[in-house]
Design a protein around this ligand. Structure first.
Ligand code: TYM
Length: 351
């Protein structure tokens, strides 16, 4: 059975990278798959423990989900902490995963900085909670941006070690599902969740530096387009985006050593539902002075209505809460089923 799971942290404003790398894909998947989309509030405690307005941030991500087009009748939408089994399964995974695995995570190294001894234990164990999010529902597909690839590999490592360490119990209880691991067919409990990282905007770069990822934490607001930006701000940021002096090339190979050009073409393609090659067949040979206004136009056309819808939905926090409550109940029922089996597999008495 195929099931999609993904999550977004309620920290800071959502930007174009989050939209193209994640939200837009979430929406595209909800008609074909059973989907669960989470606002991962427990994760947001790993770097910052005390938030100014965590409930508001959580509602704001939920509002963005809805504004982008997620339908709570089709997809389960909830915030992580409502389903305590996320934290419970994460604990078990803390005992499956090795400290060395966590120490190798580039996101941990970046966020912990030089003073690693002083990073929170939660920041180190972050990927273990993420694996729990995904595997609690035995999800098979995880739409994410390119920066989450390493965390997905770790999720598979955890699933594989759990399946392996408990293989006898899983077989005795008859809880195994046949699955492909590399060349082999094995009987495991947790699936090898696949990341879905496709299309022209899996890694949206900063508008000020084509070698840096667009991110919430960049001090320059000109480096990113926020989902909350109005039309004038979007147009201004695109006008000021860094470029090189050459016209756009005719083919994608020639974008390779031109990170800023590659980024803007990729953004255009993702917003317009085209490939980068199609964008270049339209704009190849043209100057940025001509391309940028066209890009601003597609960006405003796509993001403007989402922005307006986000405002409309955010004005009714009681509605947002009711969506999260209902989603939490549906997710909770699934989580309970999985954890009942996990308890039996591990040998935790619950009767
Ligand atoms: P987060 O909250 O940092 O980002 C949410 C999603 O946005 C994607 N993203 C980008 N995509 C393209 N270009 C960019 N510049 C860019 N910046 C961010 C991220 O890849 C992500 O898909 N660890 C996750 C949250 C998480 C999760 C999970 C995801 C927790 N549990 C389970 C999937 C499944 C994170 O910090 O995403």
């Amino acid at each position: 059975k195929q099931l999609v799971f993904s999550g977004v942290q309620p920290t800071g404003n959502l930007h174009l990278g989050n939209y193209l790398g994640a939200l837009q894909k979430f929406v595209a998947l909800q008609d074909t798959y059973e989907c669960i989309y989470c606002v991962v509030d427990l994760h947001s405690l790993t770097a910052t423990l005390v938030h100014d307005d965590l409930p508001g941030q959580t509602r704001s991500i939920a509002a963005a989900y809805l504004a982008a087009g997620l339908d709570p009748k089709k997809s389960i939408i909830f915030n992580q902490s409502r389903v305590p089994q996320h934290a419970e399964l994460a604990w078990i995974f803390n005992c499956v995963a090795r400290i060395g695995w966590m120490n190798r995570m580039t996101q941990f190294k970046d966020k912990a900085g030089k003073d690693r001894e002083n990073a929170s234990l939660g920041l180190l164990a972050y990927p273990s909670l993420m694996a729990a999010d995904i595997l609690l529902y035995r999800a098979t597909h995880v739409p994410v941006g390119d920066d989450q690839k390493q965390h997905l590999e770790l999720t598979r490592d955890i699933a594989q070690k759990f399946n392996n360490d408990f293989s006898q119990r899983i077989a005795e209880l008859g809880y195994g599902v046949e699955m492909q691991v590399g060349e082999e067919k094995v009987n495991g409990f947790f699936p090898m969740a696949e990341p879905l990282i496709e299309g022209p905007a899996t890694r949206v770069m900063s508008l000020r530096d084509g070698t840096k990822k667009m991110s919430k934490s960049d001090p320059s607001d000109l480096s990113r387009i926020n989902l909350s930006d109005d039309a004038d701000t979007i147009a201004k940021k695109i006008r000021k985006a860094k470029t090189d002096p050459l016209p756009l090339p005719d083919n994608v190979e020639e974008l390779k050593d031109r990170p800023e050009a590659q980024n803007l073409v990729g953004i255009y393609a993702a917003l317009a539902g085209m490939t980068s090659a199609e964008v270049l067949s339209e704009f190849g040979g043209k100057q940025f002075s001509e391309f940028k206004p066209a890009l601003a136009e597609v960006a405003v056309a796509k993001l403007g209505p989402i922005n307006a819808e986000m405002r409309r939905i955010s004005a009714d926090p009681a509605y947002v809460d009711s969506v999260l409550r209902d989603g939490g109940e549906r997710a909770g029922a699934k989580a309970e089923e999985t954890m009942k089996m996990v308890h039996e597999i591990v040998g935790l008495l619950t009767n």
